[in-house]
Design a protein around this ligand. Sequence first.
Ligand SMILES: [Cu+2]
Length: 270
Amino acid sequence: MRRFVTIWIVATVIALPLVIFVVGPELPPGHGSEQASGKVTDNTVLLALATPVLLLVTTYLIYAVIAFRQPKGGVLEGPPLRGNAGLQAAWIIATSAVVLSLAAFATVRLLTDNGAGSGSGPKPLTVPKGKKLPVQVIAQQWAFTYRFPTYGGVETTHLELPVGQTIELHVTSLDVIHSFWAFQLGVKADANPHVDNVVFVNPTKIQTFEVRCAELCGIWHGMMFDHGHVVSDAGFERWIHEQQVTFAPATKVLPKYSRTYLPEPTRRGE
Ligand SMILES: [Cu+2]
């Protein structure tokens, strides 16, 4: 026992700094937004906690294969096991402590990071202070479109966002369940018909990001892919005014901006 615990502790002491300082900063989804950076932190914490557990299991497996090897000769039966109250209690206490502290950590992270880039439903528990740019993400088979209520309700086929601002995404769907996934921005939110799913994101640098649908939504699910761009304030203003001009004929016939839409026929599945 003492020999094995020593091996385990030495392995952990070597591996832990490597995991935290070498692997950690390279973890996905990178640093495209405050929420993405938060996820890198969370992933590092999870990996750091998992490291001693993984080492415990793997080093014990190797140790057992070597130390408890069947001696050559006849097949011998091992000594009977009658349980070990101390070990069992320590195991239950340690695993409970890990799981409960992770639950507490996750709750705090979700609340302090305003949902941490995930969909917080129509009424988020926490809302970031200050000015926010509302952008509606509308999913349908098989494309995302984006509506800007503060720019005349124009609906665009691609997404550009200004850097350094708080973006308030309102994710919804016109038909089946999709999921809006902007990987480098650390955003992933369910797009459900008749639901206004709110997500906050603060892009921190000018960049290109991937947009995918992350919920199998039909035969062309894989087609729901696009590149979005985070641009300067001036670049965004230029782009959105171009979009307003380009899509002016469409904007005229669009339904009024609303939190959700149910296209005709509205009575379906009956
Ligand atoms: Cu989809």
